[in-house]
Design a protein. Structure first.
Length: 503
């Protein structure tokens, strides 16, 4: 039997001496170096007793070696389980207890804090640091690269990615070889990625965006990747002229725009700018185009589903939308109460079905069953609408829906109005408990640098645009919105902050 992902992403590169990862202040990692390192890491995994199907938990900084560890896991048939580097030891304890990995690979700096957790869970501990050093790498370097490629079928698990868990405990999304490969093949084709591409990569690699969307497509296409430890504008301005593609979260784009060094000339070598993981404001899209002449391609996906929709490569990339269902992915928007399909421009819950959709939550069959419809669609929890031309608009999470005085209120609708007001750079709308209405609308505004927002003027404008029940009952101005590392506004944090607004 073959190994589905290894055969597609790694095997073709056995003797490829092209640079895969171009690293800052370090020699590039060539394709064949990755293959060799992965084979040593696979040998090391065997040496510690890791078998096919065992989980390998990895909380390490971004490095070429971390990618090799992912590749080594594929070769050994293990399930790669990346963890956000920001997680504390007690958070990691939950994942280790839940997933029962055979080994936890961490940074040397966290070794002491994590050792007791590993011990308590019969899990081995090894280290891998940002500079590639550490006990895992050291022991693997002494081993001959193994030629054994563990057979893995399309339905075998390749990875478990825990969801960010903004409500309740985070859940382990089980991703099969089929899920990952089908999406990679689709994206390479849809975005026309080829071996002449050079991807500018500043995303973290514990998340689906930086790990699968960026890395798997690069490997499949045989492209190269400028692999930076994280995003910063100096590096991006420096490397943009050598790149052909960039994948970013919206914050990358707003920071580049604010930097002032972005010009048509700087990006003249660029073929494609992609944005995802959080909504890109239409205003950002438009400012970016007027400054660079390039239209950002926005796409939409999730940990559980890989990528679901994308704006077209050749057709109109419409600001404020996430485009159309990708080939092989079915999407439908249904009314949350009746379950009937919604009409044009009507808001409902977005559901998706296709080979890209995960295999359920790790050891949570009941929870998994609740998230799927009887005919096999995954209920994303995102609220969306489709316009007359078929473009899908994401209008928020269903848990963000506000019900005030019995009326449903979609925060996005109010945010779009607020964003238009003088002096407002962006906004977030959340609910706070209200004695009369159940929930009351609270608007949080962020002012343009150095400007003050005339709240009374905003209220007047809002009153002419929005029905009374939708109008915010309270306004707050913050310096910036709380965001996680993927650029998502943390509405749970805001809700906590404004909880006493009406009490
Ligand atoms: P994650 O599982 O961390 O990738 O988060 C997935 C969620 O991010 C989705 O369910 C959406 O709520 C949000 N998301 C991803 N891409 C977009 C986008 N282009 N526009 C709006 N929301 C997005």
């Amino acid at each position: 039997m073959a190994n589905v992902l290894y055969d597609a992403l790694l095997a073709p590169h056995q003797t490829n001496d092209k640079p895969l990862l171009l690293l800052k202040d370090q020699e590039a990692l060539r394709y064949q170096d990755l293959i060799k390192l992965a084979a040593q890491y696979a040998a090391q995994l065997s040496a510690i007793g890791a078998k096919a199907g065992d989980r390998v938990a990895v909380q390490v900084h971004k490095s070429a070696e971390a990618i090799a560890l992912y590749a080594g896991c594929l070769q050994r048939g293990c399930i790669f389980l990346p963890l956000n580097t920001a997680y504390t030891a007690s958070e990691v304890e939950y994942f280790v207890t839940d997933a029962k990995p055979v080994i936890l690979v961490c940074d040397d700096a966290n070794r002491d804090a994590l050792q007791p957790i590993a011990d308590a869970n019969s899990c081995q501990l090894a280290t891998l640091n940002a500079d590639g050093s550490g006990s895992f790498h050291q022991q693997a370097s002494a081993l001959a690269p193994t030629k054994h490629i563990e057979p893995r079928g399309a339905d075998d698990l390749a990875a478990i990615l825990y969801t960010s868990g903004t409500t309740g405990r985070s859940k382990g999304a089980m991703l099969t070889h089929r899920n990952l490969l089908s999406n990679t093949v689709t994206l390479v084709d849809y975005w026309q990625i080829s071996d002449s591409d050079v991807l500018l990569h500043g995303l973290p690699i514990y998340h689906t965006h930086g790990l699968f969307v960026a890395t798997n497509t690069t490997l499949l296409a045989g492209a190269s990747c400028i692999f930076l430890p994280s995003f910063n504008t100096d590096d991006f301005v420096n490397y943009l002229p050598q790149s052909t593609m960039m994948m970013g979260v919206p914050t990358f784009y707003t920071r580049l725009l604010a930097d002032g060094r972005l010009t048509k000339e700087l990006v003249s070598h660029m073929r494609l700018f992609i944005s995802g993981s959080a909504p890109l404001l239409a205003e950002t899209h438009e400012s970016f185009e007027s400054l660079t002449g390039q239209r950002i391609l926005e796409r939409y996906g999730m940990t559980e589903t890989n990528m679901n929709t994308s704006n077209p490569y050749s057709g109109e990339r419409r600001a404020g939308t996430v485009g159309f269902a990708l080939p092989g992915v079915e999407t439908r928007i249904v009314d949350p109460e009746s379950g009937a399909m919604t009409g044009t421009d009507d808001i409902g819950v977005l559901q998706v079905r296709g080979e890209n959709v995960f295999n359920g939550y790790w050891q949570m069959p009941e929870k998994t069953a609740l998230e799927f419809t009887p005919d096999g669609f995954f209920i994303t929890g995102d609220l969306a609408k489709q316009d007359a031309d078929g473009y899908i608009h994401i209008v928020g999470r269903d848990k963000d829906l506000i019900i005030s005085g019995g009326f449903n209120i979609y925060p996005k609708e109010i945010e779009l109005v607020l964003d238009e007001q003088a002096g407002v750079v962006e906004s977030a709308v959340v609910a706070a408990p209200h004695p009369d209405f159940g929930e009351g609308v609270v608007a949080i505004l962020v002012a343009h640098n150095g400007q003050t927002i005339d709240i009374e003027a905003v209220k007047i404008e809002v009153a002419t645009t929005l029905a009374k029940f939708k109008q915010p009952k309270k306004y707050i101005v913050l310096e910036k919105l709380p965001r996680n590392t993927m650029g998502k506004v943390q509405k749970n944090v805001l809700r906590d902050q404004v909880a006493d607004s009406f009490s």
